[in-house]
Structures are given as C-alpha cells and as structure tokens.
Write a protein that binds this ligand. Structure first.
Ligand code: MYA
Ligand code: JJ1
Length: 388
C-alpha cells in the first residue's frame, strides 16, 4: 500500500503494538564515506538546485511555487501562503545548512517545480536529546503530481542530512503515513466572525444570527494581565529558563538553548510574536505566550483574497492561569487584525480551547519521526513540539 514508505526506516504498520521492539534508532548510522556522494537521479528534463534563500530572486521563486502549489484544506477553499520573511526565518535557524534547501528546476526553462527543506534541531525524546532534521515545505507543482517525484525529494534530503552526520528527522503532514507518533486536532477561535463566515471558513451556528455571533466572539480592547508585554532581546535568558523547565515534562519536545530562543521566539513583525508576564513586584518573567503568522489565500472569493491567521506556538504559565494568558494572546491578535487564532491540542492546550470558544476544525495534523521508534503512540498532550 505504501510502496515508498515500506522501504524506509520508520515505524511500520506491521510493528504497531509489538512491544519487543526497543525505543530508539531503527537503523545505525553508516560511516560518512559510505553515504552516497552523488544526488539521486531525476527524470531527464529536471535538475537539482540548492536554493539560496538569501537571494531575493530565489526567495521569490520559492514563495510563488508554494503560494500556488502548497497545502490546501480538504475542499480546496484555502491554501497556506507563507510570507517571504517567514520562509527566511523558518529556513535559517542557528546552524542551518544551505544544502538542505533543495529545489528541482526544469532544465530548459529553469522554472522551479519542486522543493523540500530541512533545518537542524535538537529534539528530546523521553530522556534522550537527539540531533535531528526538521523536514518541511515538501511541494511538487500541481502539474507534476503523482509521478513519484516526492520519494526522490525525500531520499535526496535524507542523503544531504546524512552527509552532515545526522540520522533522525521530525516532520508533520496532513496525510496518514507509516506511522504517526501522535495525531493532533486543529482548533480555531474566530476573531473576525463576519469575514470567516463570508469566505466559508466557518458557518453560522444553529439558532445563531450574525449579530449574536459577533457578540459571542467579542474580546476586550486591551489585555488584562498586569505586567503583560512584548518579549525583548534582554528577556532571552529568562524565557529560555522558563521554556526549558516547562518543556521537560513532555515526551517529545525541542531542546532549546538561548540561541534557539532568540531565533525562534524573539518577535519579528508578521512572522512570530511573543509576550510575557513580568511580575510588577519582583520583575521576574513568570509566564509566556507566542504565536506565528501564517496567512492563507482564499481561493475564488469575490470580496477577500487573504485570511490572516495566528497559530499558537509555545506557551508557559506558572503564575498567570493559562486561560487568562491565552485570552490576552487572543486580545493582541485581535488588536493586530488577525481573522482567526488557530491551535493544536498539544501540550496543555486542551485546558483553554473550549473555555475560550475555540471550535474543532476539519483538519488533523499527524506527527512523525524518521529512523526513531516510539513504543506506543503518544497523546497529543504528551507532545511538546510545534513545527511551522
Ligand atoms: S508536509 C506538506 C506536504 N506538502 C503538501 O501537501 C503540498 C501539496 N502537495 C504536494 O505538493 C504533493 O502532493 C506532495 C506529494 C509533494 C506532498 N509527506 O510524488 P508522488 C508519499 C511524506 O507520486 P505527489 C511536509 O512538508 C505518498 O504516501 N510523504 O505524490 C513534510 C506516496 O508514498 P507511498 C508523502 O502527490 C514532508 C508518495 O509520496 C506526503 O505528486 C515530510 C507519492 O509520491 C507527505 N506530505 O507529491 C517528508 N504526501 O506510495 C518526509 C505524499 O509510500 C520526510 N507522500 O504511500 C522524511 C525524513 C527525511 C529526512 C531524514 C533524515 C535522516
Ligand atoms: O483550516 C482548516 N479548516 C477550516 C476551514 C474549513 C474549510 C472547508 N474545508 C475549519 N473551519 C471551521 C472553523 C470553525 C470556527 C468556529 C468554531 C468551529 C470551527 O475547520 C483546517 C484545519 O482545521 N486546515 C486544513 O485543512 C489545512 C491543512 C491541514 C494539514 C496541514 C499539513 C501541514 C503541513 C506540514 O508542514
């Protein structure tokens, strides 16, 4: 059934529930000189390129490939529209490898028709911190689908990751593959219900009018928590300590150092936003919340072209109840003109979703590890990892 995935070192369906298989790497690393030195073969009309995402021209080409061909919802009404600034941020974390930003071009025209990326990350799985690649932005142009190009892209990124002596990876997908470590549900909190309904993102509930719906989702004009403010560069050490101690409780979570926190969590306009609570008394950083900006193109609507969505990222509460912290996150998202605030049921998110009027979406997100076996699937609440 999965002609490609059956050949890969991933948890296989036949092994689900086999408790005699140990947790950890499925295959051992091979000596680096035994890693294939040449790229995999592509169909004759195409060629491999390493994408220089610093180049304005290349970044524009990647942006338009993804804008026109990346992930859509199941009814093809919306398509993710990652911004160029976002792509640069997502692809250049501390220690990134340019060789992991891989494109496929048509030889004759040089048109970019496929893409896949990796970035390095330290991911803790239970008690082990593992060097991994986070794989994202796998995309094949709509006109080249179902030609088995995706397995070639995956094998090529795997080869280039191996050349850096890294043997594990983490990735997410909307499709079911062998085999998820967990399956998460998307939840959505309307901030601009009228627009969401107009574009078909949500529907008027039973026995609801537009004006009752608008009232239901109303939020205060300003945040409630004393000491709630935007994160700044000087907060990196305190936020790193807070986040590290919080993430320690999850079975799978990133192992962030200060450089990672500066990159992944320091606010960058229209890319990532982070807020914290600084105790007015002790000036300690006690709580933290963050979200990233990922708009979606609205396909074929007369009145609107773009949906502005915030995605919950990492949140930590020690003094402020998580419910109140996330309500403040909703308030700042509303102030900044987001239409919807999205979250997965990971970490402690279940504790605020229903109370803050999030509703379940029609999408799920499956999480996977490459070459690392987990004995039993996790609950979403045991997962401390958010991929972009
Ligand atoms: S997830 C986002 C994926 N992108 C999209 O959904 C965008 C829109 N769709 C497309 O561009 C294409 O449909 C794609 C497939 C490119 C997805 N992950 O070429 P094909 C398997 C993994 O004929 P196409 C993200 O970016 C499929 O099961 N495998 O199909 C994370 C089948 O294999 P098998 C997938 O539709 C990516 C084979 O591909 C996915 O033309 C993580 C068919 O190939 C998917 N999302 O192209 C990648 N979709 O027969 C894995 C389909 O066995 C990383 N397939 O079922 C693994 C770790 C690598 C590094 C390891 C380092 C150590
Ligand atoms: O956004 C998603 N669904 C929306 C829109 C559905 C449009 C019709 N299919 C949705 N809306 C309901 C909102 C409503 C608001 C009031 C309260 C009740 C709920 O459900 C879904 C997620 O739910 N998104 C997708 O399907 C996009 C793809 C998701 C898989 C992502 C793959 C990730 C790539 C890996 O890097």
């Amino acid at each position: 059934k999965h002609k490609f995935w059956e050949t890969q070192p991933v948890g296989q369906y036949k092994d689900v529930g086999n408790t005699s298989l140990p947790e950890g790497p499925i295959e051992l690393p091979t000596p680096l000189d035994e890693v294939k030195q040449e790229p995999y073969n592509l169909p004759a009309l195409y060629e491999w390129v390493t994408c220089d995402i610093d180049s304005e021209e290349t970044c524009n080409e990647v942006y338009s490939l993804l804008t026109n061909n990346y992930v859509e919802d199941d009814e093809n009404m919306f398509r993710f529209n990652y911004s160029k600034e976002f792509l640069r941020w997502a692809l250049r974390p501390p220690g990134y490898f340019k060789s992991w930003h891989i494109g496929v071009r048509v030889k004759a025209s040089k048109k970019l028709v496929a893409f896949i990326t990796g970035v390095p990350a330290k991911i803790r799985v239970r008690d082990e911190v593992v060097s991994m690649a986070e794989i994202n932005f796998l995309c094949v142009h709509k006109k080249l689908r179902s030609k088995r190009l995706a397995p070639v892209l995956i094998k090529e990124v795997t080869r280039r990751v191996h050349l850096e002596n890294i043997w594990q990876a983490a990735y997410t997908a909307g499709v079911v593959l062998p085999t998820p470590i967990t399956t998460c549900q998307y939840w959505h909190r309307s901030l601009n219900p009228k627009k969401l309904i107009d574009v078909g993102f949500s529907r008027l509930g039973a026995r609801m009018t537009m004006s009752r719906t608008i009232k239901l989702y109303k939020l205060p004009d300003s945040t409630i928590t004393p000491g709630f403010r935007k994160m700044e560069l000087r907060d990196v050490p305190a936020v790193t300590r807070l986040l590290r101690s919080y993430l320690a409780q999850f079975a799978v979570a990133p192992d962030f150092d200060e450089n990672d926190v500066e990159h992944w969590l320091l606010p960058e306009e229209n890319v990532v936003d982070s807020f914290l609570v600084e105790s007015p008394k002790t000036h300690e950083v006690t709580d933290f919340c963050s979200f990233y900006t990922l708009p979606s193109s609205i396909l074929g609507n007369q009145n609107y072209t773009m949906l502005k969505a915030a995605y919950s990222y990492y949140n930590v509460s020690t003094q402020t109840p998580l419910l109140q912290l996330m309500n403040d996150a909703l308030i700042v998202a509303k102030q900044n003109d987001y239409d919807v605030f999205n979250a997965l049921d990971v970490m402690h998110n279940e504790s605020f979703l229903k109370a803050l009027k999030f509703g379940p979406g029609d999408g799920q997100l499956h999480y996977y590890l490459y070459n690392y076996r987990i004995k039993n699937a996790l609950k979403p609440s045991e997962l401390g990892l958010v991929l972009l």
